[in-house]
Ligand binder design. Structure first.
Ligand code: PLP
Length: 414
């Protein structure tokens, strides 16, 4: 079949496709140890809550109404109102429903935003999204209608006690000129669990405003929901910020609901894109989220159920890894949020792509580091010494998975 240029580009077997295939296969293969994709954990208290909430919504007619009607292209009005009030009351942000638009998952919000801003411009020039710190979220990589829409920079690496490290933005290196369309960071970061400090975000905001470009903050794991963030940091938004949120990591990836908080021009643009591409975003997720806001449960569950659940899992996995892999060349990025640990095997004689294949052959799925360093000017050996592992599986699977990783890493070093 002859595909168009668009068809050829989007028909590639991309890193994110492999990751989602692995996730699907892993979830359905008995015995597989899924430390790969970003499926949220089945938290019993959240499962119970969603059972009850959907039963209540079925009883009062909200559920069938959400399923039986199209919303407008900006997304369900009642949820936009409830969320604008929540964010105004919680953080004092100067926003109204005109600052919020919904998409079918935040993944599609990134597709919209990156292509709204970057790529070929009317005057023939080509603009890029600047990622100040690689590694960055694999899901951005293949989203451009045009090729080569990212430029990224290596971080400063701070070595910490206890075989831990933390990445920081290396501001000295960042070069911003007319070829930059926007700055984008995930905070907490997928894949590393890093959380940019308030000072780093303030500096990025200044840089963005000084250069007349928006700052996109991917808050898929951040505050106020799902709140998988273990550091005390200040949530950030102003009219030059495009803050992207999601219901997925709250435990609702199946509803495919992304939320973009931005100025009115961007909100209007996203609504227009929604109408053309999908008529309207799905209404089921926003209906549940509205129910959770009105009952006061959304922030309460995020703070008192979701965050402690992930924090405890993360601490357990770190302790297990440190006991199991004693090699001094092994280090863990300080886990500050999100649902992953980022492992660095310095001087590893094989690539983590090869390690991924060896682990997959033994039924353990992780994500090799190479995928997360797109947009860098030069190759960096660090990229093939790191891997991302999800830490949300039950204790038995975490033990079994880490034991196999530890054996394969020892073999590779030997
Ligand atoms: N951003 C980050 C950092 C993610 O990790 C993910 C999913 O894993 C997404 C965005 C997209 O999530 P969704 O489309 O489910 O909202």
């Amino acid at each position: 079949m002859q595909f168009s240029k668009f068809g050829e580009k989007f028909n590639r077997y991309s890193g994110i496709t492999q990751l989602m295939d692995d996730l699907n296969e892993g979830l359905r293969t008995p015995g597989a140890i899924m430390l790969g994709g970003g499926n949220p954990a089945s938290i019993p208290a959240m499962q119970d809550y969603f059972h009850q909430a959907t039963a209540d919504m079925l009883a009062n007619g909200e559920l069938v109404s959400a399923l039986g009607n199209y919303d407008g292209p900006q997304g369900k009005d009642t949820f936009l109102n409830a969320l604008a009030s929540l964010l105004r009351d919680t953080y004092g942000w100067d926003i109204s429903p005109k600052n919020i638009s919904l998409t079918n998952g935040s993944q599609s919000a990134f597709f919209y935003l990156f292509n709204l801003l970057a790529g070929k411009q009317d005057d023939g020039s080509h603009k890029k999204i600047l990622l100040p710190l690689a590694p960055e979220y694999i899901g951005y990589n293949d989203t451009g209608l045009d090729d080569d829409i990212f430029v990224s920079y290596r971080p400063d690496i701070e070595m910490l006690d206890n075989r831990m490290f933390k990445y920081h933005v290396d501001f000295e290196q960042l070069e911003i000129d007319d070829s930059v369309a926007a700055i984008c960071v995930s905070r907490p970061t997928n894949p590393t669990g890093n959380v940019l400090t308030d000072a780093e975000v303030a500096k990025l905001d200044e840089l963005a405003r000084a250069n007349g470009v928006p700052l996109i903050i991917d808050n898929a794991y951040g505050t106020p929901f799902p709140n998988i963030i273990f550091e005390e940091v200040t949530p950030f938004w102003n009219s030059n910020t495009i803050l992207c949120m999601s219901l997925s990591k709250l435990g609702l990836p199946g509803v495919r609901c992304g939320i973009v908080i931005a100025n009115e021009e961007i909100t209007q643009a996203l609504s227009n894109l929604n109408a053309i591409i999908s008529l309207a975003p799905g209404g089921f997720g926003p209906a549940i989220a509205k129910h959770m806001i009105e009952s006061g449960d959304l922030l309460n569950l995020s703070e008192n159920v979701i965050k402690p659940f992930y924090q405890q899992k993360s601490e357990f996995a770190v302790a297990l890894l440190q006991q199991s892999i004693t090699d001094s060349r092994f280090k863990i990025h300080k886990p500050e949020g999100a649902m992953f640990l980022w492992l660095w095997f310095d001087e590893l004689p094989i690539t983590t792509m090869e390690l991924y294949n060896r682990l997959k052959a033994r039924g353990v799925l992780i994500v090799p580091g190479e995928y997360f360093f797109f947009g860098l000017e030069d190759d960096w050996d660090h990229a093939s010494q790191c891997l991302r592992m999800n830490y949300v599986q039950d204790e038995a699977k975490m033990r079994a998975g880490i034991a196999i990783i530890s054996e394969e890493v020892a073999k590779a070093y030997a």
